[in-house]
Design a binder for this molecule. Structure first.
Ligand SMILES: Cc1cc2nc3c(=O)[nH]c(=O)nc-3n(C[C@H](O)[C@H](O)[C@H](O)COP(=O)(O)OP(=O)(O)OC[C@H]3O[C@@H](n4cnc5c(N)ncnc54)[C@H](O)[C@@H]3O)c2cc1C
Length: 406
């Protein structure tokens, strides 16, 4: 029996688990380790922050979910990986040995990298931040809102698109959902009572997609009187301002930012990442230096942008790579990435974005329709009620065909 250890039970870790679980007790045993008791379904966080949705609907309980399906779950923080000894060290010193290791620890949101963030900044990137933001939004009675992503920095060991921001989809949700809430729910007047400014560290807002999504998002921003500021690298948030590296400032009563993404300390400390701590893999998701280590999701250097959809693609590849190694009759899917997300815009409004132009492809779709909202609702609920299990491949293929027709 081969001992498989999965570090991190987010999108990628859970997807790998569900892909290999049929082998549990036959050829493998599986241990999953996560610091949290519940996986956090991040795509539902904007609904907590701008609609007051309950946090419970974004959580998947891990111990029963995994153990009732044959795995061992350990809730603890991973402190160190010793790849030459095939073992990981947990907080408190417990040592866990493995034959094969999957590293799916995601990326750290480095709030501390922005001066003043702790005192004055807001975000939507985790459960604590989203709930804190809802408390602020509920009592917000007008003023200047500034939102955007900080610049992140990546290593250079693998060839991946050099994006300034890990993913600006959540910023799209922030600006449109907040606008909807303030205008439609609170009855505030745009420009007269509140104003939304948006910044991006890049030359182009939503740099990971092509012309069509730019056009659709741009039209909505113009219609909703939002002002875009390009090439702005956030440096500091103050009580009534936000400041950028180029020396400019904007007046600001509510700053909502995506902080820089960084690698978890455990990867930096263990020396298995690239210069920035993201894990270098080949396109079968195998570590470039360690044959028995696979990685998937936000932690990998190849995952650009950092998206759940990409974590799922890479998770399926990593799982197939292991199964093939164990002698199963499987084909490793190609590492063909695409941006696929449904941007919630408040009420019944949503835009589905599907684009592979970043990787040289021709697909570049932006579908604004109540159907997009229904698809998001269906997908989020499926994931929640099926304990983080993705919809079956045939349903994903049907969605893919539908977007190809658009
Ligand atoms: C607000 C928001 C909205 C988003 N919306 C979308 C969307 O609509 N569509 C989309 O495709 N993507 C979306 N994303 C991106 C998506 O959520 C991430 O890309 C995805 O979660 C990455 O999956 P992962 O498994 O790599 O990492 P994660 O989901 O972050 O999971 C990592 C896991 O590792 C655990 N962990 C980390 N360090 C340790 C440690 N040292 N010891 C033990 N455990 C540890 C964590 O507790 C966590 O459970 C959104 C992100 C945000 C922030």
């Amino acid at each position: 029996m081969k001992k498989i250890v999965i570090l991190g039970a987010g999108f990628a870790g859970l997807h790998i688990f569900y892909k290999i679980r049929h082998l549990i007790g036959k050829t493998i045993d599986v241990t999953v380790i996560d610091a949290r008791s519940h996986a956090l379904l991040k795509p539902a966080l904007p609904e907590i922050a701008f609609e007051g949705a309950p946090l419970s609907h974004s959580l998947v309980e891990l111990e029963h979910t995994l153990e009732s399906r044959g795995a061992t779950f350990i809730q603890n923080k991973v402190d160190f990986i010793e790849p030459d000894l095939n073992r990981v060290i947990l907080q408190g010193g417990e040592q866990i040995e493995y034959d094969y290791l999957f590293v799916t620890l995601g990326a750290v949101k480095d709030y501390d990298a922005i001066k003043g963030y702790k005192e004055y900044g807001y975000s939507v990137c985790d459960d604590t931040q989203a709930q804190k933001l809802w408390e602020k939004v509920k009592t917000f009675d007008g003023g200047r809102i500034v939102t955007g992503a900080a610049k992140s920095y990546w290593g250079s060991r693998v060839k991946a698109p050099e994006l300034s921001a890990p993913c600006e989809g959540p910023i799209g949700e922030v600006m449109f959902m907040l606008d909807y809430y303030l205008e439609k729910e609170k009855g505030l007047k745009r420009i007269e009572e509140y104003q939304i400014d948006v910044f991006t560290p890049s030359e182009v807002f939503f740099e990971d997609v092509g012309d069509k999504p730019h056009e659709v998002i741009g039209e909505f921003m113009t219609k909703q009187d939002m002002t875009l500021h390009n090439n702005k690298i956030v440096r500091e948030i103050g009580k009534d301002f936000i400041a950028f590296d180029d020396g400019t400032q904007m007046p600001c009563d509510l700053a909502i930012v995506i902080p820089p993404y960084a690698a978890p300390d455990v990867i930096l400390d263990s020396g298995i990442g690239d210069e920035k701590g993201f894990i270098p893999t080949d396109t079968t998701m195998r570590h470039l230096d360690y044959d028995n280590i696979f990685a998937a999701g936000d932690i990998t250097a190849l995952a650009q942008p950092k998206l759940g959809h990409i974590a799922i693609i890479q998770g399926a590849i990593a799982a197939a790579s292991l199964m093939k190694e164990l002698g199963e009759d499987v084909t490793i899917p190609p590492h063909e990435l695409e941006v696929f997300c449904i941007m919630n815009m408040g009420g019944n409004e949503a835009t589905l974005i599907a684009s592979n132009s970043l990787y040289g492809g021709k697909r570049d779709v932006a579908m604004h329709s109540p159907v997009s909202k229904m698809m998001k609702w269906g997908f989020d609920n499926y994931l929640y009620f099926n304990k983080g299990h993705m919809p079956p491949d045939w349903a994903l293929e049907m969605t893919d065909k539908l977007t190809k027709l658009l």
